[in-house]
Write a new protein. Sequence first.
Length: 405
Amino acid sequence: MTSKKIPRNHLVAIGVVLFASARIVPDAYAQTVTSLTCSPSTIAGGSGGATTCAVTLGTAAPAGGTVVTLASSLLELAASAPSITVPAGQTTKSFPVGTNAGYRRYSGLAFNATISASANGTTRSATLNVTPAPPPPDFNSGSQGSQNTQWNGLMCGGIAPIGGYSDILYDCSPGSGTGFGTCRFFRECSIGCRRVPPNGGTFNDFCATSGPNPVAISRNYIASGDRVPAAIVAEAPAGNGAAQEQGVPRVIDTNFNATQFPQSGIGFPTGASSVPWDVATSYVPAIQFVDVAGFWFNDAIPPLLITNGRSGHSWLVLVPPDPAPSVAIPTLGDFKITGSNPDADVVMLKRLSPTTTRSTYKKGGNRTLVNGVSVSADGKTLTVASTGVNAKGQTVKNTSVYDKQ
Protein backbone atom coordinates (compact mmCIF):
# COMPACT_ATOMS: atom_id res chain seq x y z
CA MET A 1 0.00 0.00 0.00
CA THR A 2 1.32 3.39 -0.93
CA SER A 3 0.43 6.82 0.40
CA LYS A 4 0.34 10.05 -1.45
CA LYS A 5 0.92 13.49 0.00
CA ILE A 6 -1.66 16.18 -0.67
CA PRO A 7 -0.13 19.54 -1.59
CA ARG A 8 -0.51 22.22 1.12
CA ASN A 9 -2.50 24.55 -1.15
CA HIS A 10 -5.04 21.76 -1.78
CA LEU A 11 -5.51 21.33 1.99
CA VAL A 12 -6.28 25.01 2.31
CA ALA A 13 -8.86 24.76 -0.50
CA ILE A 14 -10.55 21.78 1.13
CA GLY A 15 -10.69 23.63 4.42
CA VAL A 16 -12.40 26.59 2.78
CA VAL A 17 -15.01 24.33 1.20
CA LEU A 18 -15.75 22.61 4.51
CA PHE A 19 -15.98 25.93 6.33
CA ALA A 20 -18.38 27.38 3.75
CA SER A 21 -20.60 24.30 3.97
CA ALA A 22 -20.71 24.55 7.75
CA ARG A 23 -21.91 28.15 7.55
CA ILE A 24 -25.05 27.17 5.57
CA VAL A 25 -26.71 25.39 8.52
CA PRO A 26 -26.84 28.33 10.98
CA ASP A 27 -28.16 30.71 8.27
CA ALA A 28 -31.07 28.38 7.54
CA TYR A 29 -31.65 27.77 11.25
CA ALA A 30 -31.90 31.51 11.83
CA GLN A 31 -35.17 31.60 9.87
CA THR A 32 -36.96 28.75 11.63
CA VAL A 33 -39.49 28.92 14.46
CA THR A 34 -38.23 27.36 17.69
CA SER A 35 -41.11 28.16 20.06
CA LEU A 36 -44.57 29.68 20.40
CA THR A 37 -46.06 30.61 23.76
CA CYS A 38 -49.36 32.29 24.70
CA SER A 39 -50.12 34.05 27.97
CA PRO A 40 -52.64 33.69 29.41
CA SER A 41 -53.28 30.23 28.00
CA THR A 42 -56.87 30.18 29.30
CA ILE A 43 -59.59 32.74 28.52
CA ALA A 44 -62.97 32.99 30.24
CA GLY A 45 -65.73 31.91 27.85
CA GLY A 46 -68.10 34.67 26.82
CA SER A 47 -65.65 37.40 27.83
CA GLY A 48 -64.24 38.09 24.38
CA GLY A 49 -60.84 38.29 26.07
CA ALA A 50 -57.52 38.19 24.23
CA THR A 51 -54.17 36.58 24.85
CA THR A 52 -50.67 37.62 23.80
CA CYS A 53 -48.58 35.05 21.97
CA ALA A 54 -44.84 35.27 21.32
CA VAL A 55 -42.97 33.55 18.50
CA THR A 56 -39.23 32.87 18.83
CA LEU A 57 -36.68 32.22 16.07
CA GLY A 58 -33.50 30.17 16.36
CA THR A 59 -31.29 33.24 15.94
CA ALA A 60 -31.79 36.87 15.02
CA ALA A 61 -33.79 37.58 11.86
CA PRO A 62 -31.74 38.69 8.83
CA ALA A 63 -32.01 42.00 6.99
CA GLY A 64 -35.61 42.61 5.94
CA GLY A 65 -36.92 40.48 8.82
CA THR A 66 -38.49 37.03 8.86
CA VAL A 67 -42.16 36.58 7.92
CA VAL A 68 -44.03 34.13 10.15
CA THR A 69 -47.39 32.76 9.01
CA LEU A 70 -50.04 32.42 11.73
CA ALA A 71 -53.09 30.15 11.83
CA SER A 72 -55.88 28.96 14.14
CA SER A 73 -57.43 25.50 14.17
CA LEU A 74 -60.81 27.00 15.11
CA LEU A 75 -61.10 30.40 13.46
CA GLU A 76 -64.64 31.03 14.72
CA LEU A 77 -63.37 30.78 18.30
CA ALA A 78 -59.91 32.36 18.21
CA ALA A 79 -58.09 34.37 15.53
CA SER A 80 -55.04 36.53 14.92
CA ALA A 81 -53.49 38.45 12.04
CA PRO A 82 -52.54 36.19 9.11
CA SER A 83 -48.81 36.86 9.58
CA ILE A 84 -46.21 38.89 11.44
CA THR A 85 -42.65 39.92 10.64
CA VAL A 86 -39.87 39.45 13.16
CA PRO A 87 -37.70 42.57 12.67
CA ALA A 88 -34.10 42.30 11.49
CA GLY A 89 -31.76 41.64 14.39
CA GLN A 90 -34.56 40.39 16.65
CA THR A 91 -35.43 36.83 17.70
CA THR A 92 -38.96 37.33 19.06
CA LYS A 93 -42.21 39.01 18.10
CA SER A 94 -45.50 39.19 20.02
CA PHE A 95 -49.01 39.28 18.56
CA PRO A 96 -52.57 39.28 19.98
CA VAL A 97 -55.11 36.49 19.57
CA GLY A 98 -58.73 37.50 20.08
CA THR A 99 -61.57 35.18 21.17
CA ASN A 100 -65.23 35.16 20.16
CA ALA A 101 -67.57 35.97 23.06
CA GLY A 102 -70.53 34.56 21.13
CA TYR A 103 -69.09 31.23 19.98
CA ARG A 104 -71.61 28.50 20.89
CA ARG A 105 -72.79 30.67 23.76
CA TYR A 106 -75.49 28.26 24.93
CA SER A 107 -73.47 25.03 24.77
CA GLY A 108 -72.06 25.00 28.32
CA LEU A 109 -68.87 23.48 26.89
CA ALA A 110 -65.20 24.36 27.10
CA PHE A 111 -63.29 24.73 23.84
CA ASN A 112 -59.71 25.05 22.68
CA ALA A 113 -57.92 26.26 19.58
CA THR A 114 -54.43 25.44 18.38
CA ILE A 115 -52.51 28.57 17.41
CA SER A 116 -49.60 27.86 15.06
CA ALA A 117 -46.65 29.83 13.73
CA SER A 118 -44.72 28.72 10.63
CA ALA A 119 -41.61 29.87 8.77
CA ASN A 120 -39.35 28.13 6.26
CA GLY A 121 -40.72 24.65 6.75
CA THR A 122 -40.94 24.74 10.55
CA THR A 123 -44.08 25.06 12.67
CA ARG A 124 -44.60 25.46 16.40
CA SER A 125 -47.98 25.58 18.13
CA ALA A 126 -49.65 26.50 21.40
CA THR A 127 -53.06 25.57 22.78
CA LEU A 128 -55.48 28.30 23.83
CA ASN A 129 -58.23 27.12 26.19
CA VAL A 130 -61.62 28.83 26.55
CA THR A 131 -63.80 27.96 29.54
CA PRO A 132 -67.59 27.42 29.27
CA ALA A 133 -69.47 30.66 28.67
CA PRO A 134 -72.38 31.63 30.92
CA PRO A 135 -75.56 31.19 28.84
CA PRO A 136 -77.58 34.25 27.81
CA PRO A 137 -80.67 34.90 29.95
CA ASP A 138 -84.21 33.95 28.97
CA PHE A 139 -86.10 36.72 27.19
CA ASN A 140 -89.61 38.09 26.68
CA SER A 141 -91.40 36.30 23.81
CA GLY A 142 -93.51 39.34 22.96
CA SER A 143 -96.69 37.29 23.29
CA GLN A 144 -99.06 38.77 25.88
CA GLY A 145 -101.78 36.65 27.43
CA SER A 146 -104.45 39.31 26.99
CA GLN A 147 -103.94 39.76 23.23
CA ASN A 148 -105.93 38.12 20.44
CA THR A 149 -102.83 36.92 18.57
CA GLN A 150 -100.51 34.82 20.73
CA TRP A 151 -97.72 32.34 20.19
CA ASN A 152 -95.78 29.69 22.09
CA GLY A 153 -93.92 26.41 21.59
CA LEU A 154 -90.62 25.60 19.85
CA MET A 155 -89.62 28.67 17.85
CA CYS A 156 -86.58 29.59 15.73
CA GLY A 157 -84.60 32.52 17.06
CA GLY A 158 -84.19 35.60 14.91
CA ILE A 159 -87.44 35.04 12.98
CA ALA A 160 -90.35 37.32 13.82
CA PRO A 161 -92.19 37.45 16.10
CA ILE A 162 -89.41 36.50 18.57
CA GLY A 163 -85.85 37.75 18.96
CA GLY A 164 -82.87 35.67 20.01
CA TYR A 165 -80.13 34.19 17.85
CA SER A 166 -80.60 32.71 14.39
CA ASP A 167 -78.79 29.46 15.19
CA ILE A 168 -80.88 28.66 18.27
CA LEU A 169 -84.22 26.88 18.76
CA TYR A 170 -86.11 28.27 21.75
CA ASP A 171 -88.93 26.90 23.89
CA CYS A 172 -91.37 29.76 24.43
CA SER A 173 -94.08 29.65 27.08
CA PRO A 174 -97.53 31.23 26.57
CA GLY A 175 -98.40 34.50 28.23
CA SER A 176 -100.47 34.31 31.40
CA GLY A 177 -103.12 36.84 32.36
CA THR A 178 -101.77 40.16 31.14
CA GLY A 179 -98.17 38.94 31.38
CA PHE A 180 -95.78 37.99 28.58
CA GLY A 181 -94.42 34.59 27.70
CA THR A 182 -90.74 33.66 28.10
CA CYS A 183 -88.34 32.09 25.59
CA ARG A 184 -85.53 29.88 26.89
CA PHE A 185 -82.80 27.89 25.14
CA PHE A 186 -83.80 24.52 23.74
CA ARG A 187 -81.20 23.45 21.13
CA GLU A 188 -78.29 24.63 18.95
CA CYS A 189 -78.90 24.47 15.19
CA SER A 190 -75.64 24.12 13.26
CA ILE A 191 -77.05 24.57 9.72
CA GLY A 192 -80.14 26.62 10.39
CA CYS A 193 -83.49 26.54 12.15
CA ARG A 194 -86.67 25.68 10.23
CA ARG A 195 -89.89 27.61 10.86
CA VAL A 196 -92.98 25.62 9.86
CA PRO A 197 -96.66 26.61 9.96
CA PRO A 198 -97.97 26.53 13.55
CA ASN A 199 -100.98 24.71 14.90
CA GLY A 200 -103.04 27.72 15.84
CA GLY A 201 -100.67 29.74 18.02
CA THR A 202 -98.44 26.78 18.96
CA PHE A 203 -95.23 26.43 16.97
CA ASN A 204 -93.21 23.27 16.43
CA ASP A 205 -90.07 24.56 14.68
CA PHE A 206 -86.98 22.34 14.48
CA CYS A 207 -83.26 22.36 13.73
CA ALA A 208 -82.57 21.64 10.06
CA THR A 209 -80.71 18.40 9.37
CA SER A 210 -79.63 19.10 5.78
CA GLY A 211 -78.43 22.05 3.75
CA PRO A 212 -78.28 24.63 2.53
CA ASN A 213 -77.47 26.99 5.38
CA PRO A 214 -79.71 30.00 4.64
CA VAL A 215 -76.79 32.39 5.18
CA ALA A 216 -73.70 32.16 2.96
CA ILE A 217 -70.68 34.49 2.96
CA SER A 218 -67.90 34.41 0.38
CA ARG A 219 -65.13 34.84 2.98
CA ASN A 220 -65.14 34.40 6.75
CA TYR A 221 -61.78 36.08 7.47
CA ILE A 222 -61.05 39.54 6.07
CA ALA A 223 -59.02 42.70 6.46
CA SER A 224 -61.36 45.10 8.22
CA GLY A 225 -62.72 47.95 6.12
CA ASP A 226 -63.46 45.51 3.30
CA ARG A 227 -66.84 44.35 2.02
CA VAL A 228 -67.95 40.73 1.89
CA PRO A 229 -70.50 39.43 -0.62
CA ALA A 230 -73.18 37.37 1.10
CA ALA A 231 -76.41 35.62 0.14
CA ILE A 232 -79.68 34.41 1.61
CA VAL A 233 -80.15 30.88 0.27
CA ALA A 234 -83.53 29.17 -0.01
CA GLU A 235 -84.24 25.44 -0.07
CA ALA A 236 -85.82 25.55 -3.53
CA PRO A 237 -86.32 27.98 -6.43
CA ALA A 238 -88.59 30.85 -5.48
CA GLY A 239 -92.23 30.82 -6.48
CA ASN A 240 -94.26 33.88 -7.34
CA GLY A 241 -97.10 35.88 -5.90
CA ALA A 242 -97.93 34.95 -2.32
CA ALA A 243 -95.41 32.09 -2.40
CA GLN A 244 -92.48 34.30 -3.43
CA GLU A 245 -89.59 34.05 -0.97
CA GLN A 246 -88.26 37.12 0.82
CA GLY A 247 -84.74 37.32 2.21
CA VAL A 248 -83.99 39.25 5.39
CA PRO A 249 -80.27 39.89 6.10
CA ARG A 250 -79.13 40.75 9.63
CA VAL A 251 -75.69 41.72 10.92
CA ILE A 252 -75.38 41.52 14.70
CA ASP A 253 -72.49 43.67 15.90
CA THR A 254 -72.63 45.27 19.34
CA ASN A 255 -69.58 47.38 18.40
CA PHE A 256 -71.38 48.87 15.36
CA ASN A 257 -68.39 48.16 13.10
CA ALA A 258 -70.35 46.15 10.53
CA THR A 259 -73.72 46.41 8.82
CA GLN A 260 -75.68 44.96 5.92
CA PHE A 261 -76.62 46.41 2.55
CA PRO A 262 -79.41 46.61 1.67
CA GLN A 263 -80.85 47.41 5.07
CA SER A 264 -84.28 46.01 4.25
CA GLY A 265 -85.67 42.73 2.94
CA ILE A 266 -84.86 41.40 -0.53
CA GLY A 267 -87.40 39.78 -2.83
CA PHE A 268 -86.32 36.57 -4.59
CA PRO A 269 -86.83 36.73 -8.36
CA THR A 270 -89.11 33.94 -9.55
CA GLY A 271 -87.03 30.76 -9.97
CA ALA A 272 -84.05 32.09 -8.01
CA SER A 273 -82.69 30.07 -5.09
CA SER A 274 -80.63 32.89 -3.57
CA VAL A 275 -80.42 36.68 -3.34
CA PRO A 276 -77.18 38.66 -2.87
CA TRP A 277 -76.31 41.28 -0.27
CA ASP A 278 -73.15 42.74 1.26
CA VAL A 279 -71.57 42.99 4.69
CA ALA A 280 -69.79 46.35 5.06
CA THR A 281 -67.14 46.75 7.77
CA SER A 282 -65.11 49.48 9.45
CA TYR A 283 -61.37 49.54 10.13
CA VAL A 284 -61.08 48.04 13.61
CA PRO A 285 -58.34 48.44 16.24
CA ALA A 286 -58.44 44.78 17.36
CA ILE A 287 -59.63 41.37 16.17
CA GLN A 288 -63.43 41.30 16.03
CA PHE A 289 -66.05 38.63 15.37
CA VAL A 290 -69.31 39.56 13.60
CA ASP A 291 -72.49 37.48 13.61
CA VAL A 292 -73.74 37.46 10.00
CA ALA A 293 -77.32 36.22 10.22
CA GLY A 294 -80.59 36.23 8.34
CA PHE A 295 -83.58 34.22 7.18
CA TRP A 296 -85.91 33.63 4.28
CA PHE A 297 -89.68 33.26 4.46
CA ASN A 298 -92.62 32.79 2.12
CA ASP A 299 -95.63 32.89 4.37
CA ALA A 300 -96.69 35.22 7.18
CA ILE A 301 -99.63 36.58 9.12
CA PRO A 302 -99.25 40.37 8.77
CA PRO A 303 -97.57 42.30 10.09
CA LEU A 304 -94.93 40.30 11.98
CA LEU A 305 -95.93 36.66 12.46
CA ILE A 306 -93.82 34.62 10.02
CA THR A 307 -95.17 31.11 9.60
CA ASN A 308 -92.79 29.45 7.12
CA GLY A 309 -89.05 30.04 6.64
CA ARG A 310 -85.56 29.24 7.82
CA SER A 311 -82.92 31.16 9.79
CA GLY A 312 -79.17 30.71 10.01
CA HIS A 313 -75.86 32.48 10.51
CA SER A 314 -72.11 32.50 9.87
CA TRP A 315 -69.20 34.10 11.74
CA LEU A 316 -67.04 36.76 10.09
CA VAL A 317 -63.59 37.62 11.49
CA LEU A 318 -62.30 41.19 11.07
CA VAL A 319 -58.53 41.74 11.22
CA PRO A 320 -57.11 45.21 11.95
CA PRO A 321 -55.01 46.95 9.28
CA ASP A 322 -51.28 47.36 9.91
CA PRO A 323 -50.78 49.67 11.67
CA ALA A 324 -54.05 49.34 13.56
CA PRO A 325 -56.03 52.51 14.33
CA SER A 326 -56.50 53.51 17.98
CA VAL A 327 -60.28 53.57 17.44
CA ALA A 328 -62.57 52.16 14.76
CA ILE A 329 -62.72 54.16 11.52
CA PRO A 330 -66.07 53.84 9.72
CA THR A 331 -66.13 53.24 5.98
CA LEU A 332 -68.86 54.65 3.80
CA GLY A 333 -71.87 52.71 2.61
CA ASP A 334 -74.38 52.60 -0.24
CA PHE A 335 -76.16 55.74 -1.40
CA LYS A 336 -79.10 55.85 -3.78
CA ILE A 337 -78.66 58.04 -6.85
CA THR A 338 -81.62 60.24 -7.67
CA GLY A 339 -82.33 61.74 -11.06
CA SER A 340 -81.42 60.31 -14.44
CA ASN A 341 -78.16 58.32 -14.48
CA PRO A 342 -78.03 55.59 -17.15
CA ASP A 343 -74.98 53.96 -15.56
CA ALA A 344 -76.05 53.62 -11.92
CA ASP A 345 -78.84 53.81 -9.37
CA VAL A 346 -76.58 53.17 -6.36
CA VAL A 347 -73.04 54.25 -5.46
CA MET A 348 -70.93 52.62 -2.77
CA LEU A 349 -68.26 54.87 -1.26
CA LYS A 350 -65.27 53.45 0.53
CA ARG A 351 -62.22 55.04 2.11
CA LEU A 352 -59.19 52.88 1.34
CA SER A 353 -56.66 55.10 3.12
CA PRO A 354 -56.40 58.69 4.39
CA THR A 355 -55.66 59.82 0.82
CA THR A 356 -57.60 57.32 -1.32
CA THR A 357 -61.31 56.63 -1.87
CA ARG A 358 -63.16 54.26 -4.17
CA SER A 359 -66.65 54.73 -5.64
CA THR A 360 -68.40 51.62 -6.97
CA TYR A 361 -71.46 52.28 -9.14
CA LYS A 362 -74.23 49.71 -9.56
CA LYS A 363 -77.28 49.45 -11.79
CA GLY A 364 -79.99 46.93 -10.89
CA GLY A 365 -77.64 45.31 -8.39
CA ASN A 366 -74.86 44.79 -10.95
CA ARG A 367 -71.57 46.67 -10.83
CA THR A 368 -71.02 49.04 -13.75
CA LEU A 369 -68.21 51.50 -13.04
CA VAL A 370 -65.48 51.90 -10.42
CA ASN A 371 -63.80 55.24 -9.77
CA GLY A 372 -60.66 55.52 -7.68
CA VAL A 373 -59.59 58.92 -6.37
CA SER A 374 -56.22 59.47 -4.70
CA VAL A 375 -54.25 62.48 -3.51
CA SER A 376 -50.45 62.44 -3.55
CA ALA A 377 -48.52 62.58 -0.26
CA ASP A 378 -47.60 66.23 -0.85
CA GLY A 379 -51.23 67.14 -1.62
CA LYS A 380 -50.38 68.59 -5.02
CA THR A 381 -51.68 65.89 -7.39
CA LEU A 382 -55.15 64.36 -7.71
CA THR A 383 -55.54 61.16 -9.74
CA VAL A 384 -58.92 59.80 -10.86
CA ALA A 385 -59.07 56.33 -12.45
CA SER A 386 -62.30 54.92 -13.94
CA THR A 387 -62.90 51.34 -15.11
CA GLY A 388 -65.93 49.23 -16.03
CA VAL A 389 -68.68 49.02 -18.64
CA ASN A 390 -71.20 51.84 -19.11
CA ALA A 391 -74.92 51.65 -19.98
CA LYS A 392 -74.10 51.50 -23.71
CA GLY A 393 -71.95 48.42 -23.21
CA GLN A 394 -68.76 50.36 -23.84
CA THR A 395 -65.63 49.50 -21.91
CA VAL A 396 -64.41 52.38 -19.79
CA LYS A 397 -60.77 52.72 -18.76
CA ASN A 398 -59.71 56.29 -18.12
CA THR A 399 -57.11 57.96 -15.90
CA SER A 400 -57.08 61.70 -15.26
CA VAL A 401 -54.34 63.54 -13.38
CA TYR A 402 -54.85 67.04 -11.93
CA ASP A 403 -52.00 69.20 -10.64
CA LYS A 404 -52.60 71.89 -8.05
CA GLN A 405 -51.78 75.31 -9.44
